[in-house]
Every structure is written in C-alpha cells, then in structure tokens.
Design a protein around this ligand. Structure first.
Ligand code: APR
Ligand code: PHB
Length: 389
C-alpha cells in the first residue's frame, strides 16, 4: 500500500489531521491499535477553545458542536465561601465551547466514514521505518498478517504511550516532565450540573471542579492523594467530600446521584523536544501532556494539527518544506505557553504536601490578586479561551 501521509493513532489528533488533509485532496491512512468502540468509550474533558472550534468547522465537523455544545462566556473560581466570576467575554472578547471530547471524536469518525477515509483499527505492532529517508514506511499486523504502507511523511498522533516518540533515538531528544503529587478522582453522573458554568474550587482539603457534559450529565472531580484507590470511594463518600470543598450555597444546591463512571487519573506536565525527526512529526499527547486543570489537552493537540495541516498542504501544493521545517519550533513555542498556564492553574488551585503555611498564603494571595486586578483577570481569560495559533 502507498499513501502520502501515514498517521499513527485514531484519536482526535489523528482523525482531525486526516480529515483536514483529505479535504485538500491529500491522501492519508490512519492506523489505530484499538477498536473504534474502545476509542469512543474514553471519558475526557470537553472545553474547546475558539481556535479548536474553528478548526472543526474547517474540517467540516462543526455542526453538531454548534447545535449541542454550549458557549460558556465565563467560569467561577471558588475559595472557601467566596465565588469569583471570571468573565471571559469581558476580558478576552470571546468564549469557550463545552462539548465532550468523545463527541468530537465521534463526529470525526463519522466525517471520515462519509469521505471514505481510511482508518485501520486493531492495527497491532505499528512500526515506523526509514524515518530519516524521503521514503519512510509503516508496518503493522492484523491477526497473523503483516502489512507495509509506503508514505511521504509519518505523523505520530498515538498519544503519550504510543510508538512514535519512542522511534526517535533518545540522544536526539530532550524530555521535560513534572509529575504532581496527587491525582483527580472523577465522577460522571446523570444529574443536572450544579452551575451553568464551571466552578474551580481551591480548598485546604484539596481542589474540586464542577463541570458538565450537557444539562443532564455532570462531571465532578476532587483532588486525591496518589495512593488512593477508586474502590475506596463510594458515591456517598465522594459527594460528601466534594460538598466540603465547595462554597456552602453551591454544596446545598448540588444534586447527587449514582456515578456512571468513576476513575482516578494522575497529573503530569510533559514535553518532548523536538517534535520532528526526519520525516516523522509528533502531535498532541505523543509530544506533550498537561495537567487537566486548564482544559488544554485537546486544545494543545489542535494547535499542533493546525500547524501540520498548513505545512503539509503547503508542501503538496508548492513542494516547499519550509512550513514542515518550522513545525517543531512553532508548535513548541505555543505549547510551552500552554504548559505554563496549565502548571500555573494547577499550582494555584491544588494543595501540595510540601507547600507549608507560606505556600498556602502565596496561593491565597495569588487568588486575592486575581479577585482585585483587571489585568490579572485579562491574562487568565486570554489563556483560558486559547492563545492565537
Ligand atoms: N499504534 C497505533 N495506535 C496507537 C498506538 C500504537 N502503537 N499507541 C496509541 N495508539 C492510539 C490510541 O489507542 C489512541 O486512540 O493513538 C490514539 C491516541 O489518542 P489520544 O491519546 O487521545 O491522543 P491525541 O489524539 O493526541 O488527543 C489528545 O486526548 O488524552 C487526551 O487529554 C488528551 O485531550 C487530549 C487528547
Ligand atoms: C471536564 O469537564 O472533564 C473538565 C473541564 C475543565 C477542566 C478539566 C476537565 O479544566
């Protein structure tokens, strides 16, 4: 088999790039090691930057997002009984869209099907070859049969645990990582959200977040120690702890119910430099991870895909490699700003075992400064809605 762009990973990054390139007449094949049902079973955040929303429209998959997604022009920061409204519209001129990542992925799969795009599922042992040549290839196994795909470029959209980043020699890479000393215990419940907008709560007992998927599907998180086990958290225990971390009025309004999903996820910041090696380009979680506090995981993947889409289109239209040659530097420049913001929001809102009394006062004064400064709120808002591509 032969294609122009071989893509490893059928998550949102790989599917979005495949869809965008196909609409420009550029041929792609996506190799996904899981089944489609498995990919669509993942529960993930869904706060979309405007830039990401525009990218979905450019890919021809923005309609359901506009119909079913919710435009949010603000969110709340809570500390003890105080609630600060962050007016995104006032401080950034725009808003974010709350629309689940699973729905984004579902829409992308539907669009790939509609265009006859090639997504090969259950592709085992995907292996890139000859990445330093101008004729790289990908091999993969379906059952006992091994297949090879020749391509011009290989795009690693295979997430943090994928094969693409590991195909770059370790001495050619620099890895940057911060693992946080806590995790997020998340619950999905068929209950009406406690607030029309998200609430990020700082509390001495730990961080809490009130989010939603739609008017009847709520998503809540509480910070927990890394040694916590999800089986030790009954629904009742979760709801009681969440209420203790929220302002009284919010806790009293909270509608609890049976969890339909409950899990603990670790938090890390991670960046791999460079995001290119020969004809291999990394995008999304394959190259970087952020703690979910700033809702930047999917959005930072979107920025990479925007840069790659334009660079690859330029190459196939003009033969110029300049966009591809600039990709790693351009993508990393924006990603490090997203890393900073995600790290800052995480540092601001979580309790850290070693922070001590001084650290707690710094957090409280950081929040107090936000409560008192239009400039600080503008900075927060422009990062939250998404920096320009
Ligand atoms: N071969 C083929 N496919 C693979 C391999 C492999 N060796 N390793 C991983 N994959 C697939 C995974 O099964 C997954 O479907 O690659 C896909 C990677 O998707 P994501 O992990 O969702 O990463 P990405 O598409 O970059 O999307 C980033 O996902 O994890 C969230 O918070 C993150 O919201 C962000 C978004
Ligand atoms: C979510 O709804 O899962 C969510 C929302 C915002 C975040 C993180 C997670 O910052």
């Amino acid at each position: 088999m032969k294609t122009q762009v071989g893509i490893i990973g059928g998550g949102p990054s790989g599917l979005l790039l495949s869809q965008l390139l196909h609409r420009k007449g550029i041929d792609t094949i996506v190799l996904e090691r899981q089944s489609r049902d498995y990919v669509l079973s993942r529960i993930r955040a869904g706060v979309l930057e405007r830039g990401f929303a525009r990218l979905l429209h450019e890919a021809g998959v923005g309609d359901r997002m506009e119909q079913e997604g919710e435009a949010h022009t603000g969110f709340y920061l809570a500390q003890d009984d105080a609630l600060l409204h962050v007016d995104l519209k006032k401080h950034s001129g725009t808003n974010v869209i709350v629309y689940g990542q699973t729905e984004v992925t579902r829409d992308l799969y539907a669009a790939r099907d509609a265009m006859g795009g090639t997504v090969i599922h259950n592709a085992a042992d995907v292996t890139p070859h000859d990445l330093q040549s101008d004729a790289p290839s990908l091999t993969y196994r379906i059952g006992d049969d091994t297949h090879r795909i020749g391509c011009d470029f290989v795009i690693g959209c295979d997430g943090f645990h994928g094969v693409s980043r590991k195909s770059i020699p370790a001495d050619k890479m620099r890895l940057f990582e911060r693992v946080y000393p806590f995790g997020w215990l998340g619950v999905l419940s068929r209950t009406p959200p406690v607030s029309d907008e998200l609430i990020y709560a700082r509390h001495d007992r730990g961080f809490a977040l009130c989010s939603m998927r739609n008017r009847n599907l709520s998503r809540y998180y509480i910070q927990v120690a890394l040694d916590e086990k999800v089986e030790d958290w009954s629904d009742d225990r979760f709801w009681a702890e969440l209420k203790r971390r929220l302002p009284r009025a919010v806790a009293d309004a909270l509608v609890t119910g049976a969890s339909i999903e409950k899990s603990i996820a670790p938090l890390r910041s991670f960046v791999a430099e460079p995001m290119r090696w020969g004809r291999l380009f990394l995008a999304g979680d394959a190259a970087h991870i952020v703690p979910p506090t700033g809702a930047k995981g999917l959005n930072s993947a979107g920025a990479d895909i925007h840069y790659l889409y334009h660079a690859l289109t330029r190459y196939y239209e003009t033969g110029q490699m300049d966009g591809l040659d600039r990709y790693s530097e351009t993508a990393l420049a924006r990603n490090w700003k997203t890393q900073r913001f995600s790290w800052w929001m995480t540092s601001l809102l979580h309790t850290f075992p070693e922070q001590g009394a001084f650290g707690q006062r710094i957090q409280q004064s950081d929040l107090a400064y936000l409560f008192s400064s239009e400039a600080a709120l503008t900075s927060l808002a422009e990062n939250y809605v998404g920096l320009p591509y």
